[in-house]
Design a protein. Structure first.
Length: 235
């Protein structure tokens, strides 16, 4: 299955900065519904932050619009067609994610590329309504790093945010709220924070918004992933 979200044009309108994104899913099975529900999960999580940015001295609420679409991937022909769309995409709003039960021959978690627009999503991590992994991977595409890049089992001392990790531990006094029984982070508890929003809207992005009224975040990386997780770029 393939899934592709889209990215990031911000249009300033009155008191709102609108973030438009599209999420396309291509695939075998019920991928159209999956693309729509994953897109909705992404949109809801980002909007629940009620994030604010300041542009030319005025405060704006950031509103995310994320739409999901299925991409064809039936048989070799479908795969080629989908690869062609990915290779020729020049719109950074388009994000392409392949969805499979495994993301490599040895299993694997969802992955994406920082400031890019492609990756793979593990079906089990995104199929549930309210899952946060799809928003986390999109976060990487929007330039976000893990909160603790050097220590994958660092301690979360309070409310977890979007860029905390599966292997992070939750401080004792917050465990009943945010952890699984083994003390590790319950991924469903991740929320987008104002810090996440601040990290997406870098000074360069704000500068572009101030000058042009819009900004693209991230780039097109044009990688097609085969079902086994191998990535291909157009030669
Ligand atoms: Zn990550």
């Amino acid at each position: 299955m393939g899934l592709l979200p889209e990215k990031y044009v911000f249009i300033l309108r009155h008191q709102h900065a609108t973030h438009i994104a599209r999420l396309h899913a291509g695939a075998s099975g019920a991928s159209s519904a999956l693309a729509v529900s994953a897109a909705q999960d992404i949109q809801d999580l980002y909007n629940s932050a009620g994030g604010k940015i300041t542009v030319n001295g005025a405060s704006y609420t950031v509103k995310f619009e994320v739409r999901g679409h299925a991409l064809e991937s039936k048989g070799i022909t479908g795969e080629f067609r989908t690869a062609g769309k990915i290779f020729t995409n020049s719109d950074p709003r388009n994000n392409f994610f392949r969805v499979e039960n495994q993301t490599s021959s040895s299993g694997g978690e969802s992955f994406s590329r920082r400031s890019g627009n492609d990756g793979m999503l593990n079906y089990s991590e995104i199929s549930k309504r309210g899952s946060t992994t799809e928003a986390h991977e999109i976060g990487h595409g929007l330039g976000l790093r893990h909160n603790n890049e050097s220590d994958y089992s660092s301690l979360i001392k309070g409310k977890p945010d979007l860029m905390d990790n599966r292997n992070d531990r939750v401080q004792e006094k917050y465990r009943s709220k945010y952890a699984l029984p083994d003390g590790s982070l319950n991924l469903d508890k991740r929320e987008v924070s104002q810090k996440n929003i601040d990290d997406i809207f870098t000074p360069d992005v704000i500068n572009s918004l101030e000058k042009n009224g819009k900004a693209a975040i991230g780039t097109t990386t044009n990688t097609y992933y085969a079902p086994n997780g191998q990535g291909f770029n157009k030669k």
